[in-house]
Design a protein around this ligand. Structure first.
Ligand code: SF4
Length: 326
C-alpha cells in the first residue's frame, strides 16, 4: 500500500467478496470476478461504489470498475504495453517520448482500477512504488536533461502518495531551472475526493505552475464530493484539464459526451483529450471504432461551446505519442 493511504475517509473494496457483500455484483458472479482479480487488480472506493446503480445491468459507472470475465480473453490485436512505455524508459520510472516533456511514474498504484486501463498489466496495489534510490535517479535524469520543459507525474495515480512525498517530488522538480511547468494526471478528484485536503493542497504549492489533468468518463462521476474537491483545487489556482477515454457503454453517445463535457466545464475542468481506447489485454468490450468516434465528435459541434470540445487522439502503438484520429 503506498504511503498516505490512511488519509482516506472511507473503505475501498478490493476483492470479489467485497463487491458481492456490497451488492455491486450478484453472489453468483463472485467466482468469475475472483478469477479476473487474479490477473487484474480490483479497487472500488466508497465514493465510486455510491455512484453505482446495482439494479442497472448497463450502469456506466459499474462498467468502468466492476470486473468482467471477458477481461481474460485477449484479442489478437491487444498488447501488454500499448503505449510502448518500455522502449522509451531511460531510467526506471521515467518515460521520455516527446522532445520537451517526460513522464515521471512515482508509483503504479491507483485509488481505483479501471477495467480498460492501458497500463493494466503493471498497475496494482503492490506495484511500482519507486524506492528512494530509484526516485532519486529518476529526478536526477530530469535535472541533467535540459530539453525537458515539462514534467508530467502519472502512474498509477500520483495523488495517492502522501502529501509529504508528493510535495518533496514537486519541490525538487520545481527547482530545476529548465523545467517550466508540472502536470499531474489523476483520477483522485472524482474517485477519492476526500484526499484533496489541506495537506494535499499545500503539497501542490510550489514555485512552478502545476496543472492537473483529471481523468473522468461520465457525467455522474462529478458528484457533489468531486465538485467540492475540484473547487478546492481551482481555488488554489491550479488549472484543471479533462481527460476522457471513449468507451463503449459508458460515453459512446452524443448525449453522454455532451453531459460529460458540460459537467467538466461546470466544475472548472477544461476538456483536453478524448482518447481512443488503447488495445490493452482484455479490453475489447470497450472499443469504439474510429469512424464512430469521429461521428461523435462531429455531433458535438454546436451542442457544446467550442472550448468544451476535446482533441480526439490515439496513442501510437510504436510509442510515437498521441496523434489526432482522422
Ligand atoms: S486510474 Fe489511470 S492508471 Fe489507474 S487503473 Fe485507472 S486508467 Fe489505469
Amino acid at each position: 500500500m503506498p504511503d498516505g493511504d490512511s488519509r482516506r475517509q472511507g473503505r475501498t473494496l478490493r476483492d470479489a467478496r467485497g463487491l458481492a457483500e456490497a451488492g455491486l455484483i450478484p453472489p453468483a458472479a463472485e467466482a468469475d470476478a475472483a478469477r479476473v482479480a487474479q490477473r487484474f487488480a480490483i479497487a472500488v472506493t466508497d465514493q465510486v461504489a455510491r455512484l453505482i446503480d446495482p439494479t442497472d445491468a448497463a450502469d456506466p459507472i459499474a462498467r468502468q470498475y466492476i470486473p468482467d470475465l471477458a477481461e481474460l480473453d485477449t484479442a489478437p490485436h491487444e498488447i501488454p504495453d500499448p503505449t510502448a512505455d518500455g522502449p522509451f524508459t531511460p531510467v526506471t520510472g521515467v518515460v521520455h517520448r516527446y522532445p520537451d516533456r517526460a513522464l515521471l511514474k512515482p508509483l503504479l498504484a491507483c485509488p481505483v482500477y479501471c477495467r480498460f486501463c492501458f497500463r493494466r498489466e503493471v498497475v496494482g496495489p503492490d506495484g511500482g512504488l519507486l524506492t528512494e534510490a530509484q526516485l532519486d535517479a529518476a529526478l536526477s535524469w530530469f535535472e541533467r536533461t535540459p530539453q525537458i520543459r515539462e514534467a508530467i507525474l502519472t502512474g498509477g495515480d500520483p495523488l495517492i502518495l502522501s502529501p509529504r512525498r508528493l510535495g518533496a517530488i514537486l519541490a525538487r522538480l520545481s527547482a530545476i531551472p529548465h523545467i517550466e511547468t508540472l502536470r499531474i494526471h489523476t483520477r483522485v478528484p472524482v474517485a477519492d475526493p476526500a484526499r484533496v485536503d489541506a495537506a494535499l493542497l499545500a503539497a501542490l504549492e510550489v514555485d512552478k505552475p502545476v496543472m492537473i489533468a483529471v481523468h473522468a468518463n461520465h457525467a455522474r462521476e462529478f458528484a457533489p464530493e468531486a465538485a467540492s474537491a475540484l473547487a478546492r483545487l481551482a481555488r488554489a489556482g491550479i488549472p484543471l484539464l479533462g481527460q476522457t477515454v471513449l468507451l463503449r457503454g459508458v460515453n459512446d453517445s452524443p448525449q453522454a459526451l455532451e453531459d460529460l463535457l458540460r459537467a467538466m466545464i461546470r466544475n472548472r475542468v477544461k476538456p483536453y483529450y478524448l482518447h481512443a481506447l488503447d488495445p490493452a489485454p482484455g479490453t475489447a468490450r470497450f472499443a469504439v471504432p474510429d469512424e464512430e468516434g469521429l461521428a461523435l465528435m462531429r455531433a458535438l459541434r454546436g451542442r457544446v461551446p467550442g472550448f468544451a470540445i476535446p482533441h480526439f487522439v490515439r496513442e501510437q502503438p510504436e510509442g510515437g505519442g498521441k496523434r489526432p484520429v482522422a
